[in-house]
Write a protein of this length. Structure first.
Lengths: 713, 401
């Protein structure tokens, strides 16, 4: 016997079935749309289910299940994004929190049947059940990723998780916004049991209910004790102190969400559970209504998802590539060979030097060996898809060639002329140059319509972003196939117009060159580094300068001069002088830093290379200069039509340059300050520090028309 | 307004603040009660005339909870009308008790106050009273690091090296050992005894006469792992962005010792004291307390001393002897560096590195040490100052009469 209840609204729906013989009810969430989300419809549905359950005679257990692929994907982010009123948000949180408390206080055992992922509010819902049984499938993901969107768990996550798995383990998950796969979730205690298929999950749920008729939530048990150190004790205090330190070291104070998550855990864990929830709600409300959360959600959720889905971009059903040729077996070429092979493609890795090829193949070996979760056979098959060669002939029949040779127009032209003829009929040529205009490279091509820029980031195995550059001659089909390829190798694409440095290299150069410029102006180098991180930059400018190497930058300056893009400023001269003195960067053991056994330390000679002492300095000013100059460059890219979709500016800067994620991206940064205020500040900087700060016309016309880049919320 | 005068001062010897320390078996209330009793007995003090008993104690929980001043006075057999108040200004508490007593007396509201301090660090662990200082929220809003990190930060900012702090530590040991051998603490120190009259501890037991520069050099820095590996150093970076790396130089041998002890002193108007047959030793010229950055935490003695000197209408050169609490060697070194005071005027009988720092009692002990030294050398003016948690600093200027 079963009956279905419909919620009173149109779009919220769940099926309720009740087996009177066993006394077990199942509520299967099957909300309108493609996923179960925590929203008002969910609230109504849960409320009706609870009303029914609380009054149902003979109820001996309740299973919460999903009729969608995922169990529940968490909060309705569209709704959250638009919420600016703290009182209204607080009210909704209280309602939701009350419902979850009713659920966990039902006098019968309750089980979350996790046949799909439970994230954020979805996992918080699962924690409000007394047992979590998941499908034994790595595609099932669990966790509380809220901090990555500038908020914290808001439906009890900061209070239930530490009570479930202990303070330290909970902090690791919450502060890093970790998402774990089902097998790992079982290990750390996020789920209690794993079962091989959905039926087995449901069967296990029923078994557990029958075996545990008196189950209550641990924290509702009078004898409850925290797993591990108890709050208030010296051990817990040390955990909080160490967590605060590690957090601050990582975030430099630019990401209050993680800080508040730590505070919420520490404060709430010392209180009675019901009131502890209130502590969390207040932190959540403050964060969720803040500018930072709005900007992070817009870019890291909406824009990122749009980029992932290739929204507004030409679509091809398949890329149609089977054999990929990669020219140049350096770090990048070898890495590309690996990721292409991993995506199931045949790969021929070519270099002109036997040693280089050998190193490249060894790199592929090492990467393959890291794939422990694959079986020996699968690893062998994967490795077997990569072959190495020194001869162009081996590339015969490739339908995609990715050129990753040294950054020289002449060399790239030569390679194109030499190799393009071996391309299969209709094959695509992609250059991985990081700066040279693709249109210039395509001049050596017989098929400029099938010539495209694919700017990957190093280390390519880790970096998600792929900057696709489409000069005027590139066909829409070539772009569509390239995007399909991007999906196959699981990269996050932005598509930008052609021009020296495209988009990301322009923003990145502005950042690191200004870092050097600040040194040249006499700002304290340690303060420069900290100021960048305190402003939210993922890596400090001098540190990252050393990583890309000063020699490469110096070559770039030379090349940039040919395109009229290298600034004539002391910062550039300083880098060139350092290169001449053999300070080449991290790999050389000396650059802006000296690299020794006990880590890196800023080179003491930097001060002597400075022209004097700046009139004004400090963390705030340096941070605003570094972010401001990058934001200006992004705005110029919009003006130059290198950036066609503003979302690409945001996604590209954050994922490619490590631009301050707390701002939502360089254009969001301008919006947040206010275009008018930003222009005024940059004009002031231009007068004081040079014309590179002079705002482009685009921004001035935006001021006149009262425009901004993104709609205000 | 009357002047406040300092009369007799006593203290217990300092016992090692561990379970193996001599004073571990003595309740902190008894440590304080014995000081109060000794002060009464050797001065034939009529305790009906005591307006208040003001006591510094930092970790006011467990054995030291519930207003230890009141119960120590009663345990010592003070008249039931002699009340008691316990205060906490962290490491400045003992001196704060004297300063508060002086202020009460100088106000004219009170005539005679017993001031002192107590801390049994072996029994009541530092920090065991909890507090907002440990909360992440306070960390984000205010900032807070363990004191050792602050000490190393202070040294880094002032260019004080490992060699400097080790040399200072050695001098502290040598001076303390010399002072003990030559009975320079004898006027103040009253042995702790049990109910049978058996001596529990008669002399300071923390100094290490065998200390050498080589041995100090072998000790590894105490806060390096915590600071670097666990990232606590980075918590200072928000306020000190220019400090790329903190040089960790402090260790057990050049930082104050963890010890147990108590102290008490009579503070009164000259008239009241003399009417009770007491002889004034010194006049309180001025007192001061300041707040400075809580992360650097230990830089308070300099502004506190400047403010106290200013109030007294004096200059640094007018002071004959200084007691600057040796919380960490960098503190007195920074003091001497910044104020231009020669080492031979500072902590002439050693300090907390050799003798130990019983948190709530130290300030009162330093005052008795200063008075003894001024009398011993027939000098006139002295200044006591301590660095204080939360970034505070306290100072008192006295002049012998």
């Amino acid at each position: 016997m079963s009956k279905t209840i419909e919620t009173t609204t149109d779009n919220g729906q769940a099926a309720l079935s009740f087996d009177p013989a066993a006394g077990i009810a199942t509520i299967t969430l099957r909300m309108a749309g493609r996923a179960n989300k925590i929203n008002d419809d969910f609230g109504l549905t849960l409320q009706q289910g609870l009303d029914w359950a609380e009054g149902q005679e003979g109820l001996r257990g309740l299973v919460l299940a999903s009729g969608h692929k995922d169990f529940c994907v968490g909060a309705d982010i569209d709704r959250l994004y638009r919420e600016r009123d703290p009182a209204s948000l607080m009210g909704r949180l209280r309602e939701l929190s009350g419902l979850l408390r009713r659920l966990e206080k039902l006098p019968v055992p309750t089980v979350a049947a996790l046949t799909g992922s439970a994230l954020g509010g979805g996992y918080e819902l699962a924690m409000a059940c007394k047992r979590r049984i998941a499908l034994e499938d790595p595609r099932v993901q669990l966790g509380l990723p809220e901090v990555s969107l500038g908020v914290i768990p808001g439906a009890g996550g900061t209070q239930r998780l530490p009570r479930l798995i202990g303070i330290q383990a909970a902090l690791e998950h919450i502060l890093q916004g970790k998402i774990v796969r089902a097998p790992q979730a079982k290990k750390v205690g996020l789920v209690d049991e794993l079962r091989p298929d959905a039926d087995a999950v449901m069967a296990a749920a029923r078994e557990w209910i029958q075996a545990n008729p008196k189950a209550i939530q641990p924290w509702d048990d009078k004898r409850f004790r925290f797993p591990g150190p108890r709050p208030g004790g010296a051990d817990a205090r040390n955990i909080f102190m160490a967590a605060a330190a590690m957090l601050f070291k990582k975030t430099a104070g630019a990401f209050p969400a993680a800080e508040d998550a730590l505070s919420a855990v520490q404060e709430g864990c010392a209180l009675v559970f019901d009131r502890a929830l209130e502590v969390e709600m207040r932190y959540f409300t403050k964060l969720a209504t803040s500018d930072q959360a709005k900007d992070m959600i817009r870019t890291l959720w909406f824009h990122r998802t749009a980029a992932e889905k290739h929204e507004g971009l030409p679509r091809a059903e398949e890329h149609g590539f089977t054999k990929v040729g990669i020219l140049g077996a350096g770090m990048m070429g070898a890495g590309l060979a690996f990721i292409c092979a991993k995506a199931g493609l045949q790969v021929v890795l070519k270099d002109v030097k036997p040693e280089a090829l050998e190193r490249g193949l060894a790199h592929v070996d090492a990467e393959v060996a890291k794939l422990r979760h694959l079986g020996e056979d699968q690893r062998k098959a994967l490795r077997g898809r990569v072959s190495g060669t020194l001869s162009v002939g081996e590339l015969q029949g490739c339908d995609l060639v990715i050129e990753a040779v040294f950054e020289s127009l002449e060399l790239k032209h030569m390679v194109t002329r030499e190799t393009e003829p071996v391309l299969a009929e209709g094959g695509v040529w992609a250059s991985n140059t990081s700066a040279i205009p693709i249109g210039d490279l395509a001049k050596a091509s017989a098929h400029p319509d099938r010539f495209i820029g694919m700017h990957f980031f190093s280390p390519v195995e880790k970096m998600q972003l792929l900057e696709i550059i489409t000069p005027k001659g590139t066909s829409e089909q070539t772009l569509a196939r390239s995007l399909a390829f991007t999906r196959a190798i699981k990269k996050l694409p932005i598509v930008v117009g052609d021009g020296y440095g495209f988009y990301t290299t322009r923003v990145f150069s502005a950042y690191i060159v200004e870092g050097a410029q600040l040194v040249a102006e006499g700002h304290d180098p340690a303060t420069i580094e900290w100021a960048a991180r305190a402003a939210g930059m993922v890596v400090a400018p001098l540190q990252v300068f050393d990583e890309v190497t000063l020699t490469l930058a110096a070559k770039g300056f030379k090349q940039g001069r040919e395109y009229g893009r290298t600034l004539d400023i002391p910062g550039v001269a300083l880098v060139e002088a350092m290169v001449e003195r053999g300070r080449h960067g991290k790999a050389a053991g000396q650059g802006f830093y000296d690299y020794g056994k006990d880590g890196r330390r800023l080179w003491s000679g930097l001060k002597e290379l400075a022209s004097g002492t700046p009139e004004q300095t400090g963390v705030e000013l340096i941070g605003r200069r570094l972010l401001g100059l990058q934001a200006l460059e992004a705005a110029r890219c919009v003006e130059d039509e290198v950036i066609e979709r503003p979302r690409d500016a945001e996604v590209g800067a954050i994922f490619g340059v490590g631009f301050a994620p707390n701002t939502g991206g360089p254009l969001s940064y301008i919006d947040r300050i206010g275009v008018r205020e930003f222009v005024a500040e940059m004009d002031g900087f231009a007068d004081a520090y040079g014309e590179r700060y002079r705002p482009p016309k685009l921004l001035r016309s935006m001021v006149e028309n009262g425009e901004r880049f993104f709609e205000a919320v | 307004m009357p002047d406040a005068y300092l009369f007799d001062a006593v203290r217990t010897p300092r016992g090692r603040g561990k379970e193996s320390g001599s004073l571990y078996t003595v309740r902190p209330v008894d440590l304080l009660a014995q000081s109060l009793a000794a002060l009464r007995d050797r001065n034939e003090l009529d305790t009906t005339q005591v307006d208040d008993v003001v006591v510094g104690c930092v970790t006011q929980t467990g054995d030291q909870g519930a207003c230890i001043a009141r119960f120590a006075a009663l345990e010592a057999g003070y008249d039931v009308d002699a009340p008691g108040v316990t205060l906490n200004r962290f490491c400045g508490s003992g001196l704060q008790a004297i300063n508060d007593a002086a202020a009460m007396v100088a106000s004219g509201f009170y005539d005679l106050v017993v001031a002192g301090g107590v801390e049994s660090m072996s029994r009541v662990k530092m920090g065991s009273d909890g507090g907002a200082i440990w909360d992440p929220r306070t960390q984000w809003n205010v900032g807070s690091v363990p004191q050792g990190i602050s000490a190393d930060l202070l040294a880094t900012l002032r260019g004080i090296t490992r060699d400097d702090v080790d040399r200072f530590a050695l001098a502290s040991q040598q001076r303390a050992v010399d002072a003990i051998e030559h009975h320079r603490f004898d006027r103040s120190v009253v042995p702790v005894v049990d109910d049978s009259g058996l001596t529990v501890l008669a002399r300071d037991e923390y100094p290490r006469p065998e200390t050498t520069l080589e041995k100090l050099g072998e000790l590894s820095a105490s806060f390096e792992t915590m600071g670097r590996q666990f990232g606590l150093d980075s918590l200072t970076r928000g306020r000190y962005p220019q400090v790329e790396r903190i040089d960790h130089i402090h260790h057990a041998g050049n930082s104050s010792g963890i010890v147990d002890g108590a102290a008490a002193q009579i503070v009164a108007t000259k008239e009241k004291g003399e009417a009770m047959g007491l002889t004034p030793r010194a006049r309180v010229r001025s007192v001061a307390v300041v707040g400075t950055d809580p992360i650097l935490m230990l830089a308070g003695p300099m502004p506190a001393s400047r403010r106290a000197l200013h109030k007294a209408g004096m200059e640094i050169g007018d002071i004959d002897l200084f007691e600057v609490n040796e919380a960490f060697a960098a503190v007195p070194l920074a003091f001497m560096q910044e104020l231009g005071v020669p080492h031979d005027k500072v902590n002439v009988n050693g300090g907390a590195i050799a003798l130990g720092h019983p948190l709530g009692a130290t300030g009162a002990m330093l005052m008795s040490t200063l008075l003894d030294a001024l009398e011993d050398r027939n000098l006139s003016t002295g200044l006591v100052t301590l660095c204080i948690g939360g970034g505070m600093g306290i100072a008192t200027v006295v002049e012998r009469v």
